[in-house]
Design a protein around this ligand. Structure first.
Ligand code: ZN
Length: 203
């Protein structure tokens, strides 16, 4: 499986990192080795002094698709989740300034936290989902999918023109404002519409 991530999908987060507003989705991929095994702690890698959390709504692809029309996109997923796109911000800044790909800063081992999945039928409107990240029980990120520049079905249509989607692929739909650094012994938990979908400890 592969993990397809959308960058710069919430205006407030684009502003906090001083990035330019994109006209098309910013897309990058994490390898399957990036998935943090369930119930495992996250170890800060030795190559970074500035690992940031980014809480994001996730979509799990249920069948093969290519060049998917936006109006048929809902047929390609049944489950919605929440996760963290851990980012080595210091390394990413270095790579960005040289115009190089972000892979090392985004795709390292353990950088993809994938929480519990919920049936999309649990929700009335996927374009109005509240979600939050708590660090040591304090709410540090708060978002709603209605603030996404590119909505779930548009993302599926867009990415499937470049990458064939396969059963089990996961899409990370971008993070709202409030990203920040993790320190050893921090404790993170993610909540989607009042339900806690993941919790983990930083080591
Ligand atoms: Zn992200």
């Amino acid at each position: 499986m592969k993990i397809i991530c959308i960058g710069r999908n919430y205006t407030d987060h684009i502003k906090e990192l001083d990035n330019v507003m994109p006209t098309e989705p910013v897309v990058f991929i994490k390898p399957d080795s990036a998935i943090l095994p369930k119930e495992q702690d996250f170890y800060i890698p030795e190559f970074s002094d500035n690992i940031h959390y980014e809480v994001e709504v996730l979509v799990k692809i249920k069948k093969v698709g290519k060049h998917i029309d936006q109006k048929f996109a809902p047929n390609y997923y049944d489950e919605i989740g929440l996760g963290i796109d851990f980012t080595a911000r210091d390394l990413q800044q270095q790579l960005k300034s040289k115009g190089l790909p972000w892979e090392k800063a985004k795709g390292f081992d353990g950088s993809a936290v994938i929480g519990k999945w919920l049936p999309k039928s649990n929700f009335e409107n996927l374009n109005d989902l509240n979600f939050s990240l708590f660090k040591n029980d304090e709410e540090v990120q708060k978002g709603n999918t209605k603030l996404m520049l590119h909505k779930i079905d548009d993302i599926i249509a867009y990415v499937s023109t470049y990458f064939m989607l396969k059963k089990g692929d996961v899409i990370f739909t971008g993070t709202p404002a409030g990203v920040g650094k993790v320190e050893p012994n921090d404790y993170l938990s993610g909540v989607l519409e009042e339900q806690e979908l993941f919790k983990l400890k930083i080591k």
